[in-house]
Design a protein around this ligand. Structure first.
Ligand code: DGL
Length: 273
């Protein structure tokens, strides 16, 4: 009997930009979205803390009947995914799967650059982990990956200040830092699932000839492909188009702000871990 949902996890709201792209690709499945807003942002937390928080949330989603969980958060994908896949799943949850957003993005990045110079905007944690450099260079050693952390963007976005005039300074600052003395970048990857919201501001300052790349569609297509290659997982998924939103923070705040990320109204439940 089909009984499992797909879990989508983020430190808070960012994964909603990925979930928004997954739904049109695969509307038939049941989903549980979990934002760990009470402990977000994750961007500056240590490896150990991000691992512990992420594992808590993944295990909660498993307990709700999710056999497959997507870490729709670059910071969690960079700092927790490998340990969960290698150390936790084989011993404790051999029939469960956890996937991230870094590998699927690295796999297709070559389609978006002609100069073989790719910029990456991410949280401090993602940049420090160098996960994008490692994953991209494993597949495409010819691509130079130039990173810039943008620690002020998540707070601006989470306070809905990202399109106001005060945000311009921080948009220009990180853009200038990335592009300074690094001629030839023709693609900038937004390697934080919050960042698609700041695209209108970024576009105002972006020099011509540079493409901004968000991950939602890439991750959605990769998930669809994964399910087509793994019938043993797909056959266990319930198909009743259910959507459940859960936060460890405040439901009213989540509903208001989350709907900006999701592009549609949201009604969430609160859980405490
Ligand atoms: N959305 C998360 C990511 O993709 C970052 C937000 C945070 O710092 O918690 O990295």
């Amino acid at each position: 009997m089909r009984k499992n949902s797909i879990g989508i996890f983020d430190s808070g709201y960012g994964g909603l930009t990925v979930f928004k792209s997954i739904i049109p690709e695969m509307p038939e499945y049941d989903y549980i979205y979990f934002g760990d807003n009470a402990r977000a942002p994750y961007g500056d937390h240590s490896f150990e803390t991000v691992y512990r928080y992420t594992l808590d949330c993944v295990e909660w989603l498993f307990a709700q009947g999710c056999s497959l969980v997507i870490l729709a958060c670059n910071t969690a994908s960079a700092k927790a995914l490998r340990s969960i896949q290698q150390n936790v799943l084989p011993n404790k949850y051999p029939n469960h799967r956890v996937l991230g957003v870094i590998r699927p993005t690295a796999e297709v990045i070559n389609q978006y650059t002609k100069s073989n110079k790719v910029g990456v905007f991410g949280t401090r944690g993602t940049v420090k982990s160098a996960s994008y450099q490692l994953e991209i260079n494993k597949l495409y050693p010819e691509i130079e990956v130039l990173q810039q952390s943008c620690p002020m963007w998540v707070p601006l976005i989470e306070n809905n200040e990202h399109l106001n005039p005060g945000a311009d300074y921080f948009v220009q600052t990180y853009l200038n830092k990335l592009l300074q003395n690094k001629a030839g970048i023709d693609c900038i990857l937004l390697a934080c699932t919050h960042y698609p919201l700041i695209i209108p501001k970024l576009e105002a300052y972006l020099p011509g000839g540079i493409t901004l790349l968000s991950q939602g569609d890439i991750v959605a297509k990769s998930l669809k492909d994964y399910l087509s290659r793994h019938p043993e997982i797909e056959s266990g998924l319930r198909r009743s188009a259910g959507q459940r939103f859960v936060t460890s923070g405040d439901a009213a705040v989540f509903d208001t702000l989350g709907s900006l990320f999701f592009g549609a109204p949201i009604q969430s439940e609160v859980i405490s871990l």
